[in-house]
Design a binder for this molecule. Structure first.
Ligand code: ADE
Length: 249
């Protein structure tokens, strides 16, 4: 069968996935290493997208054109925007939008010109599998990250949310800016820098796409210090556990 692409935005996540693969072998394209192999018996291609919408779009295009993947799963972290979307929670995207797209007045705000749409849907069956996997994987946070990290980040009963995730080429790190995003897009659960670009490329190639993000910060004035602490201690453990559970589903 054709492989599933597993795309991460952080080196730590890719390293954890590669460590769980018995047979990974790199193929170098567009300056990136695409790791072919198996994860728990499923053929996969694992790759680091790098950061931002263009890097994500390049990665997705290569996966579609050169690797013939049958689906694309993205795993990473995001800033929480929605009420109750807290550090340590998980968000599964059901739609994705570029919050910095604005060709108005030629096209409506946020609409991707000539596509007729602002929101790109995630694949429902894959997203269902991610929801189930996240719920199972996070049942015992201490088993994944250790008791010290559990206490440091207050990971008691992480919640799994599903809804709109918004993307743009900005690390959102002021309360002012995150409030502006909430005002413009009240149903947005989380903000990050790749998802909507991946969703758009996958839409063009009719490739099923799904995305899971762990909340590393609240996209506010402390985001720049919350983000690296969380990524170092928690993100890759959550991500690996969720991906593995979802491949089994
Ligand atoms: N990824 C994780 N936190 C983020 C933030 N605050 N802004 C953009 N991308 C993020």
């Amino acid at each position: 069968p054709a492989p599933i692409a597993i795309v991460g935005a952080m080196h730590e996540e890719i390293a954890a996935l590669l460590a769980a693969m018995p047979d990974e072998a790199p193929v170098r394209v567009a300056g990136r290493e695409f790791w072919r192999g198996h994860l728990d018996g499923t053929p996969v291609v694992v790759v680091l997208s790098r950061i931002g919408k263009v890097a994500a779009a390049t990665t997705a295009t290569v996966l579609a054109e050169r690797f013939g993947v049958r689906a694309l799963l993205f795993t990473g972290v995001a800033g929480g925007l929605g009420t109750g979307v807290n550090v340590g929670d998980v968000v599964v995207a059901d739609a994705l939008l570029q919050h910095d797209m604005d060709a108005s007045p030629l096209f409506p705000r946020h609409e991707v010109p000539l596509t007729g749409r602002a929101r790109f849907d995630a694949d429902a069956p894959l997203s269902n599998a991610l929801m189930q996997a996240a719920t199972q994987a996070l049942a015992d946070p201490a088993a994944l990250v250790g008791a010290a990290a559990q206490a440091e980040f207050g990971l008691q009963a992480p919640r799994v949310h599903r809804g709109l995730v918004i993307s743009g080429d900005r690390f959102v790190c002021t309360a002012h800016e995150s409030q502006a995003l909430r005002d413009a897009l009240p149903d947005a659960l989380a903000v990050e820098m790749e998802g909507a670009a991946l969703a758009q490329v996958c839409h063009d190639y009719s490739l099923p796409f799904a995305m899971v993000r762990t909340i590393s910060d609240r996209a506010d004035d402390t985001a720049h210090t919350d983000f690296p602490r969380f990524v170092a201690a928690v993100a890759s453990h959550y991500s690996l556990a969720i991906v593995r559970h979802s491949l089994r589903a």
